[in-house]
Structures are given as C-alpha cells and as structure tokens.
Write a protein of this length. Structure first.
Ligand code: CA
Length: 230
C-alpha cells in the first residue's frame, strides 16, 4: 500500500486539527505546520506527496510560499492545494497562476476535500510507484486507466475502477458502506448505501472470471474488506 504523506499548513488550530483528522481517517499520513517557515522545515525532513496550504498565513502568505516552492527545483513537483476563505475569481486565478494545482474554498466538506486531494494525486501521478497498484494478481495502472489480471485486461465501469483503486490502495482494512461512499463516490450526489453492494457484486462477478472474487470479503454487520488472506 503506497503511503501518501500530506503536509498541512494552516495557522488556525481548529481548522488544522480538523484537516488532520479528516486526512488521517482517509488513511493519509499527516504532518502539520502553522506557518511557511515551519512547513519548509518539515518539507526537508519528510517525504511529502501533497501540500494543503492555507492562503492566509502569518508571515509569508500561502500563495507567496506556493510561488517560491514552484520555483524551487527540489520541491516544484509536489502538488499544492490552496485553501482559501475568499470566493473571488481573481484569487483563484492568482492561486493557479503561481502554480498551485487546485484550490478549495472554505468552508468545505470532508468529502469534497478528500475527493479533491485524490483527484490531484491521480492527475499528478502520485498514487503508487509509477501510477501502478498491485495486489492479489491484480494490477491497476492509474495513468493508463487499465486493470489487468495476468495478460487479460478487465472491462470495468468508471465507478468500479475507482472502487478497485480504493481497495488496492487500502488493503486489509474493513470499510463500511458509508465510508466507501465517502471515499469512492465523494459528495457530488446522494447515493444509497445499497448502491455499494450493487457495485461490489458486479466487481466480484468480473473478478470471479479470474478466480479472484475472494479478494473482496464481506464483513458481516460492517462492510467490506479487500484482502489476499481469508
Ligand atoms: Ca489562516
């Protein structure tokens, strides 16, 4: 399972703690800083896959720090999502202008945040080594959007692809239907929990053609787990 490290830079304690909690629940590893100086220190000490950066910080502003990082060869590749309290179009443009990969306007829901982070990680190829996830004989190539078992390519719907992608990057842990909805479907639409069962059933059927259906395990009274061991 690829460990994804997120650096949170936010001076407001309550928001910083909320972000940390939400990210950890989504299985990210979190480091947090209260300003750009502390963030720079953490960046040098730790592997960082994504920076969640507040626009309004004491000292160097978030947008200014983003500008500097994007010019700095050793850190330019790290995707940045700017958090902004402002809704003005001008600020959004400015944020993207300095090289931020996305921005999110406060207040936002945890689901929206996680969905944005995953989208940026996918776009920037930060998910897994070379954008590939492998487990139980199944190989998922994020960049090419292909799932293969041996030489055979599986034909799955976009939702089933995301579901399998989530399972492959979070093996061995049990997830409730609600958690799967949050993580895989995001907040865009209201979807009933049994939708999860429908997609799980389809995915199992596809995997069964390759004798891999046992990878998706039902945990009675709770949800589902993706695991090689039964
Ligand atoms: Ca702030």
């Amino acid at each position: 399972m690829p460990e994804i490290n997120v650096l949170v830079v936010e001076d407001e304690e309550a928001i910083r703690e909320m972000l940390t909690m939400v990210l950890e629940q989504a299985s990210f590893t979190v480091n947090s800083a209260t300003d750009a100086q502390m963030a720079m220190h953490l960046l040098k000490e730790n592997k960082t896959d994504l920076i969640l950066l507040d626009w309004m910080l004491p000292g160097i502003s978030g947008v200014e720090w983003a500008r500097r990082l994007k010019k700095d060869e050793s850190h330019a590749e790290i995707p940045i999502i700017l958090l902004t309290a402002r809704g003005e179009e001008e600020d959004k443009v400015k944020g993207l202008d300095v090289g931020a990969d996305d921005y999110i306007t406060k207040p936002f829901s945890p689901r929206e945040l996680i969905a944005r982070i995953r989208a940026v990680l996918r776009r920037t190829g930060k998910y897994g080594k070379g954008g590939k996830l492998e487990l139980g004989g199944i190989s998922l190539d994020i960049e090419q959007h292909r799932i293969t078992v041996g030489e055979t390519e599986l034909s799955v719907s976009p939702t089933e692809f995301r579901l399998l992608e989530f399972f492959l990057s979070h093996p061995g842990r049990v997830y409730s239907r609600t958690q799967l909805l949050d993580q895989v479907w995001g907040r865009s639409t209201y979807i009933e929990e049994r939708t999860v069962d429908v997609h799980i059933r389809r995915l199992r059927k596809i995997l069964a053609e390759h004798q891999r259906e046992d990878l998706i395990q039902t945990v009675r009274g709770f949800g589902y787990r993706f695991s090689e061991s039964t």
